[in-house]
Design a protein around this ligand. Sequence first.
Ligand SMILES: *[C@@H]1O[C@H](CO)[C@@H](O)[C@H](O)[C@H]1NC(C)=O
Ligand SMILES: *[C@@H]1O[C@H](CO)[C@@H](O)[C@H](O)[C@H]1NC(C)=O
Ligand SMILES: *[C@@H]1O[C@H](CO)[C@@H](O)[C@H](O)[C@H]1NC(C)=O
Ligand SMILES: *[C@@H]1O[C@H](CO)[C@@H](O)[C@H](O)[C@H]1NC(C)=O
Length: 493
Amino acid sequence: MAGCSMFHSFFLISSLSLCYLYSPEKSYVYAYQIEQETAVKEHHLHSYSIRTSSLLPASACFASAQGPNNSKNRLKILHRNGPCSHLGGGKTKPLPLAAIEILSEDQSRVDFLQSRLSNNSRGSAVRNSEARVPARSGRYLGSGNYVVRVGLGSPRTDLSLIFDTGSDLTWIQCKPCTRYCHKQQDPIFDPTKSSSYSNVTCSADECSQLSSATSSPTGCSASTCIYSIQYGDGSYSVGYFGREMLRLTASSSDIFPNFLFGCGQNNQGLFGNAAGLLGLGRHRLSLVSQTANSYGQVFSYCLPSTSSSTGYLAFGREAISSVSSAIQFTSLLTNSQYPSFYFLELTAISVGGRRLPVSASDFANSGTIIDSGTVITRLPPSVYSALRSAFRQLMSKYRSAEALSILDTCYDLTRYRTIRIPKIGLHFRGDIVLDVHPNGILYSGNVSQVCLAFAGNDDNGDVTILGNKQQQNLKVIYDLAKQRIGFGPGDCN
Ligand SMILES: *[C@@H]1O[C@H](CO)[C@@H](O)[C@H](O)[C@H]1NC(C)=O
Ligand SMILES: *[C@@H]1O[C@H](CO)[C@@H](O)[C@H](O)[C@H]1NC(C)=O
Ligand SMILES: *[C@@H]1O[C@H](CO)[C@@H](O)[C@H](O)[C@H]1NC(C)=O
Ligand SMILES: *[C@@H]1O[C@H](CO)[C@@H](O)[C@H](O)[C@H]1NC(C)=O
């Protein structure tokens, strides 16, 4: 059962039954007996054996995913488009987005992040092209996003919000939707029905902090402070800046009576049927900063590796409660020019146990951010090309397939029930290595188009982005107090 136990450790939930379905005699492990014994050992140490079926999207929500709701200091995370999400609307759940759409939305988000983070000409090209994009699709929020449910107001209204480490202001669609509210699954929040809502006045100190949190101008209407926030594709939210009681969970330690947020009156974009956005950036107005007295600016998450299972977003003590020696920390860096983003230092990449032959300076150009909303990790062009050649070499036995959108290294795996793929390790400052989970190495359109889930930036000056595909099934800890970010093997339940 060697194959099964290996399989087990990587696919705990989904593999349980598989081991009983397939007898060891038929197991894929034996396909390798023809190789030289030592070579096999070496190869196996630095590779994963996975079932091709595990790469394809599931259509049902796993029973385990229907488990606990939000509990103390801990929120359940769902994939925006997955079968476990509330956002589909009961029986009329939308079909999952096609792989190609997901990747094109992902590129929109990256273009927008690059336009905020880089000084190169592409940044301004993106800004100029915004005016020409007619559809306000809410694409900035991407498609690989995750949602959590929180309670707002007194009495409380439960709302599904997209959580985003790449922005700061939390905003929620509010009645009367003076100009426009996009379609959302939950009832729209009505501040007039809540006894704990109040407007922030234009003269308040909080109002003057807004423009740096949103990178957009602030307004004033009948002495009420007006926020506006714009995203890369022309989608935006504008409304009253207010204070309200936020209930992250039912526990009294997770209630924040005067939480500052945007009460959106004009919300243009699809935003995936979510009621708004939870801003987890580093600005003073972010959720992380506003709850600092309770949680000490510490949070963690585990992003589920399939859209049919769930993960969690935890705060404070709960976020670091299970920190074991298996968690490795790297320095959280601050870039004074871009204070909202979480920077870290990527120093090397290994593929199949060997470091790519690129110099540290190739990584250094514009720094690296970790982002919850970008799907595919974006690398400097020279680094990506080295990764690609190493990966292609180790995957040469598989038939190659056409490129899938931004992914240019694809395979046709129709003939295989199991495949063996090289491990990929991301090395960070402090000599730590994040071993990407097998589900974070490949991205599949379908079994005849399964691709390496990394892409190159256009320009060496573009920022490197650690995307959520490569963070899946890991515990990721943001410890702002100690200026560090930790990675460890995750159990998302
Ligand atoms: C979780 O929440 C849902 C809806 O709010 C409720 O119907 C269900 O009973 C809850 N489950 C548990 C285990 O508390
Ligand atoms: C962007 O421009 C500013 C000022 O011109 C400069 O200080 C900064 O280093 C530049 N940033 C990058 C990433 O090139
Ligand atoms: C908040 O301000 C707006 C605009 O001035 C006003 O219409 C609304 O009634 C105010 N809400 C509360 C609860 O004061
Ligand atoms: C899926 O498979 C078909 C061929 O069977 C192919 O034409 C198509 O482009 C593939 N990719 C996606 C993303 O659907």
